[in-house]
Ligand binder design. Structure first.
Ligand code: GAL
Length: 843
């Protein structure tokens, strides 16, 4: 009997595990999304499926779940799925259905932002280029041809989801969908005049009519018509209110960092500020929050927008580009999520009461008739810590922080006090023996100027994107000029100046097949102007201009019409007499793309590869190829391309993206340590000024075979391929810094509150992987230590025995707990709040 009972219970558990069943109904009211009749507090995070590989997805989703997310959010990328009108592609990294099913299997919800305009630093904001060529089309406004296409694609995606029963209404994980994206922004909608509002209303109605059974949102759309929920995007959304008291307060993009541009410094956002923003949002009545991004990933191929968006889309997100947990960002937010969830019952039962506790001090209290009470206490001052009185108790609130009190009494979390470990992730350069013994190099020269049968002639200068249809980054503009010797601008060869004006994004000019000059734009100003002295010869001279795009515009009113390329003028100027000849309206020959692209050099095939001992180096326009065996181990891999100039790289035929290690960030504007206190903006916490924006390029492990891999590079400017190397991304030291004033770690708190109160603040150290142990303690100080992870130093006050206590407690174990108190360490300085700082390594 007992045995049957156990078996029966086992079967129930087993069945519910395999058929992770989801909601039947999703609705909303003024407080929250309501799932199966119950209001929910939801934490979501964005992972864009094509920015990682299917082999990475399960791990990324698991790490998201472990980090305390309830939902994964993604955009849908129209230009990936419909590269040619009517021809759909959902394979590999584009396998949206598999991605959603994996999220479902992990037991998480999905938020699907169909757009189909997505922005997202994605090429052309996600629109396929062919859309632009539909006669009479005008994007994102009340225009029939556009609306027909937008409706067709949106319906296609909704139908695909329905076929696979992926909406919650059908037992699937999708609880929420988005139509359009930030159309209501002040720099977008007003520019579309009186045809904007009818478009918004049409989009809303069109989406609603698709009967997904789950709510829709429009982000940054104040006037989103019912039943569409208008949601907030930004670094902070606590002051946001939806446009109806029947709608919940939702935050669809909380930017965890910012995107990187080629030519820009690396943005970071401190976790204390991210946590502060999240806690403020939930303090003031929010119930849904999505991190943009939770994992940013990589802009493989030519998917990045911009112009000038870098290949790395790391975003300083809680999971880094390579899929490793970024600490303490991931861990601190995980603790925050647990603290918020402890408040959920009170939060969903009632609206918060917001009261002032003094200047810059604010309480948000959720108190129910049935005796539940949860509170968020905030100090929004940027300078001074404060002590507040709340419910008869006194609480210390550091500047720019929020404390969370799930029972209106005990602080379980403060956004500025990090209990989580910090880890130092780093790239370890692999010597050629360990990894990639690159076995010899071969090359193919890319011809300067016209080499294809498909070249064509045209009078005057053509806009680039209309000409290439974005089939390639490259467009050749070629002309020849006959010099008789008596031209006014031609005094004596070298005295002539070539002047070229282009809408961008970069340009190389060749005179008589020799590189004469080059110029690049920047994310602030894509336009370029070239002015170089050149030497002409009597007789025929060739002018070959290679113009290139670096990701198409993805944001702004009429971004789709932003042009590129050499639209002129193109002039020859005499230096001494100032006379000018304008070549702009003469006959030009055009070639879309490179010869090497046409014959498919990127996958390494072709008989044209030359392998001779004298490999040409530092030469523009050249294809390189090599073979290599893959490194052992599982650590994520990167290619260090610092010896190259600019181009694109392919591994076994798959593009790892554009590379541009010679494009440096400006010298000024970075900080050596970032003050999280005070309002954040994308330029506040930049690093690596004056350095190349991106030297390392992610090579997904699953693109590699154990041996015989093919690496192909197309180098535009000139570089030395023999100096490139592989690096692995590894977690280095573990650090932690916990003070006597920190709350008890939330995991200890939730398991036993009485014991936790006795234990007090505690430092937890844990090696990242299960087969590692703490091997050494590099630094330990209890007192007033200074510095940060990797450079801790003892302060004036420090206990003598800290290091030996920590060694005893930790070395040889995977994890250890140490009470941060004078009971553990003795008191090195009476009357001062002491801090324990530790740096350890694992092996
Ligand atoms: C938002 C947009 C996102 C992304 C973000 C910046 O305005 O909705 O798609 O572009 O900015 O990373």
């Amino acid at each position: 009997m007992r045995g049957t009972m156990v078996l029966f219970l086992f079967m129930i558990v087993f069945l519910s595990a395999v058929t992770t069943s989801f909601a039947a109904t999703v609705t909303y009211d003024h407080r929250a999304l309501v799932i199966d009749g119950k209001r929910k507090v939801l934490i979501s995070g964005a992972i864009h499926y094509p920015r990682s590989t299917p082999q990475m997805w399960p791990d990324l989703i698991q790490k998201s779940k472990d980090g305390g997310l309830d939902a994964i959010e993604t955009y849908v990328f129209w230009n990936l799925h419909e590269p040619v009108r009517g021809q759909y592609d959902f394979e590999g990294r584009k396998d949206l259905v598999s991605f959603i099913k994996l999220v479902k299997q992990a037991g998480l919800y999905v938020v699907l932002r169909i757009g189909p305009y997505v922005c997202a630093e994605w090429n052309y904001g996600g629109f396929p280029l062919w859309l632009h060529f539909i006669p009479g089309i005008e994007f994102r406004t009340d225009n029939e041809p556009f609306k027909v296409e937008m409706q067709r694609f949106t319906t296609k995606i909704v139908d695909l989801m329905k076929q696979e029963s992926l909406f919650a209404s059908e037992g699937g994980p999708i609880i929420f969908s988005q139509i359009e994206n930030e159309y209501g922004n002040g720099d977008i909608e007003p520019y579309y005049g009186n045809r904007a509002k009818p478009y918004v209303d049409w989009a809303a109605g069109m989406a609603t009519s698709l009967n997904t059974g789950v709510p829709w949102n429009m982000c940054q759309q104040k006037d989103a018509p019912d039943p569409i929920i208008n949601t907030c995007n930004g670094f902070y959304c606590d002051q946001f209110t939806p446009n109806s008291d029947k709608k919940p307060k939702m935050w669809t993009e909380n930017w965890t960092g910012w995107f990187l541009s080629f030519g820009g410094a690396v943005p970071t956002r401190p976790v204390e500020d991210v946590a502060f923003a999240v806690a403020r949002f939930f303090q003031r009545g929010g119930t849904f929050q999505n991190y943009y991004m939770y994992h940013g990933g990589t802009n493989f191929g030519r998917t990045s927008g911009g112009p000038f968006i870098a290949t790395s889309y790391d975003y300083d997100a809680p999971i880094d580009e390579y899929g490793l947990i970024r600490q303490p960002k991931w861990g601190h937010l995980k603790d925050l999520h647990k603290a918020i969830k402890l408040c959920e019952e009170a939060m969903i039962a009632t609206d918060p009461t917001i009261t002032s506790l003094g200047p810059n001090l604010e309480a948000g209290v959720y108190r129910t008739g049935s005796g539940l009470c949860s509170a968020f206490l905030a100090n929004v001052g940027t300078q001074s810590d404060a002590t507040v009185n709340f419910n008869g108790n006194s609480y210390k609130l550091p500047a720019w922080s929020v404390s969370i009190l799930p029972d209106c009494k005990n602080v379980v979390f403060n956004t500025a006090k990090i209990n989580s470990m910090r880890t130092l992730s780093r790239f370890i350069s692999q010597s050629s023996e360990d990894v990639a013994s690159f076995s010899g190099w071969s090359w193919v020269n890319e011809p300067v100027g016209i080499s294809s049968q498909n070249a064509f002639m045209k009078l005057g200068l053509a806009e680039q994107i209309n000409t290439t249809g974005d089939k390639s980054d490259y467009l050749w503009y070629s002309a020849s000029i006959e010099i008789k010797g008596n031209e006014p601008f031609f005094q004596d060869g070298s005295q002539t100046v070539l002047h070229v004006q282009s809408l961008g994004h970069a340009l190389y000019a060749f005179i008589n097949k020799k590189l004469a000059g080059s110029v690049k734009g920047s994310s602030g100003n894509a336009k370029v102007a070239l002015e170089v002295p050149i030497s002409l010869v009597t007789g025929k001279n060739t002018i070959d201009l290679l113009s290139l795009t670096v990701g198409l515009q993805n944001y702004g009113a009429f971004f789709d019409l932003k042009g590129a390329g050499v639209t002129g003028p193109v002039q020859l100027k005499g230096l001494t007499n100032g006379s000018t000849t304008d070549l702009s309206s003469q006959q030009w020959t055009y070639q879309i793309g490179l010869k090497g692209e046409e014959i498919g050099l990127s996958n390494g095939g072709s008989s044209l590869w030359v392998s001779q001992p004298a490999l040409p180096k530092n030469q523009p326009l050249i294809w390189y190829k090599t073979n290599f065996d893959a490194a052992g181990g599982n650590e994520p891999l990167a290619l260090d391309l610092s010896s190259l100039g600019k181009g694109e790289a392919w591994v076994n035929g798959q593009s790892i993206g554009r590379y541009w290690p010679t494009n440096n960030a400006p010298n000024g504007g970075c900080v050596s340590s970032c003050n999280y206190r005070g309002s954040f903006n994308s330029n506040k916490c930049l690093k690596d000024c004056g350095k190349p924006s991106q030297l390392l390029y992610h090579v997904p492990r699953d693109w590699l075979k154990p041996s015989g891999n093919v690496l192909v590079l197309f180098e535009e400017m000139g570089g030395d391929p023999t100096q490139i190397s592989f690096a692995t991304r590894q977690i280095g030291s573990l650090c932690s810094r916990v003070s006597e004033s920190h709350p008890v770690p939330i995991d200890i708190w939730t398991s036993d509150q009485e014991a936790a109160k006795k234990a007090g603040p505690t430092m937890l150290l844990e090696c990242p992987s299960a087969n590692q142990v703490i091997s050494s303690i590099k630094f330990a100080s209890f007192g007033t230590p200074g510095g940060t992870c990797g450079s801790f130093s003892h302060g004036k006050c420090s206990s003598k025995n800290a290091i030996s206590i920590i060694q005893k407690a930790c070395v040889g174990s995977r994890k250890c707990n140490i009470g941060v108190s004078i009971a553990t360490f003795g008191d090195p300085c009476l009357g001062i709040t002491k801090t324990l700082a530790v740096e350890a390594s694992c092996t």
